[in-house]
Design a protein around this ligand. Structure first.
Ligand SMILES: CC(C)(COP(=O)(O)OP(=O)(O)OC[C@H]1O[C@@H](n2cnc3c(N)ncnc32)[C@H](O)[C@@H]1OP(=O)(O)O)[C@@H](O)C(=O)NCCC(=O)NCCS
Length: 151
């Protein structure tokens, strides 16, 4: 049975390992596994403790098999009644053996939190293969957004 729950700082070492599996599985790593997992776990524990980022995990009988991360971007206060925050969703990942509906449940948890917490718009950068998942949950390409890659 897989339960979706908010991440807590003590989840960080496992979540850092999943981060390695996701990213090092797609591109050649520029860092050694152990050094990266230590660095990433410290970062994740700090973000979850401060609340700068929040995450939800898929917990399969005590083993975390997937996660999604959300960072709130504060908007400058405005007087016109718009919701005053944006959000950035990242690191949507489920281990291959647990896939099949779990990614959608993780995404739904993040979207529910955003709806209940004054978030106006959510941005993310999908992989080509995952675009269909996000489209099913109401994400659309937005021709208004300008993006610049920094060198
Ligand atoms: C994306 C991912 C979390 C979905 O997990 P899941 O439990 O299979 O999700 P669901 O069954 O709820 O959703 C299925 C959708 O996931 C996406 N998906 C399926 N396999 C995928 C893969 N290997 N890589 C990326 N996305 C995938 C597709 O959008 C799929 O919908 P479709 O079959 O109708 O096209 C999972 O496939 C994964 O971890 N992929 C690798 C990491 C990744 O690419 N994440 C997206 C980053 S933006």
């Amino acid at each position: 049975m897989i339960e979706i729950r908010p991440a807590v700082p003590s989840d960080a070492p496992r979540l850092a390992q999943l981060r390695w599996e996701f990213r090092a599985g797609r591109d050649a790593p520029a860092e050694e596994h152990d050094a990266f997992v230590d660095r990433c776990a410290a970062w994740m524990a700090m973000q979850l403790t401060s609340g700068a980022w929040r995450a939800w995990v898929a917990d399969e009988n005590g083993v975390i098999v997937g996660h999604v991360w959300l960072h709130v971007i504060s908007k400058i206060p405005n007087p016109v009644g718009e919701r005053d925050r944006h959000a950035y969703i990242s690191n949507v990942y489920v281990i291959p053996s647990s896939r099949g509906g779990v990614g959608a449940r993780l995404l739904q948890s993040a979207l529910d939190w955003a709806s209940a917490n004054h978030v106006d718009r959510i941005v993310l950068w999908p992989t080509t293969r995952s675009r269909s998942l996000y489209f099913r949950y109401g994400f659309t390409p937005n021709g208004d957004v300008l993006e610049r890659t920094c060198s």
